[in-house]
Design a protein around this ligand. Structure first.
Ligand SMILES: [Zn+2]
Length: 170
């Protein structure tokens, strides 16, 4: 963002980036110079210490993230959007997906709409077959005891109260 000349604070194009040394630290300001009705206005946006930008923006280049001097709700949401965009391009491993769904549930809980999502039950295609077989009460003799138990368990979960999501793998 900084490199592309966009002010991370207000989102407008910076005329230039100002580095101001105070004490031992360097602080950054996004400077916007505008000319309106022949009147020149200068707006300066405080962006925080330079060290923060350099370290973090390099560290998180892959995620296309730049930590900004100030944290706010809007920025936090923007980070989440970018993280979502990044994750969409990644091939996630099983553990990673589990961790992600855990974090997602935490976020859902913060947003207050957790209930509408309900529990997600992850099953394989074979297990889905077993559940349908169990449901139809046919061919259950061909199923293993474990398969039957699992099918019964999932069947009960799915048809218990509250909306459930059946997440079928593969
Ligand atoms: Zn600005």
């Amino acid at each position: 963002m900084l490199e592309r000349g966009v002010c991370p604070r207000c989102g407008q194009k910076m005329t230039y980036l100002e580095r101001r040394q105070i004490g031992g630290n360097v602080y950054l300001y996004g400077v916007h110079v505008k000319k309106e009705m022949k009147k020149r206005t200068v707006k300066k946006c405080y962006l925080g210490p330079e060290s923060q930008y350099i370290n973090v923006s390099h560290m998180h280049r892959d995620e296309n993230l730049v930590l900004r001097g100030l944290m706010s709700y809007d920025r936090a949401i923007e980070y989440l959007r970018r993280i979502a965009d990044y994750l969409r391009t990644e091939k996630l491993r099983e553990e990673e997906r589990n961790l992600l769904s855990q974090v997602t549930r935490e976020l859902m809980s913060i947003s207050g709409i957790q209930e509408s999502i309900g529990d997600s039950i992850r099953i394989t295609k074979d297990e889905l077959q077993d559940i349908l077989m169990y449901y139809d009460r046919r061919d259950t003799r061909r199923m293993s005891k474990e398969g039957k138990d699992r099918a019964r368990e999932i069947f009960r979960k799915v048809f218990s109260s509250g909306r459930k999501i059946l997440d079928v793998e593969g």
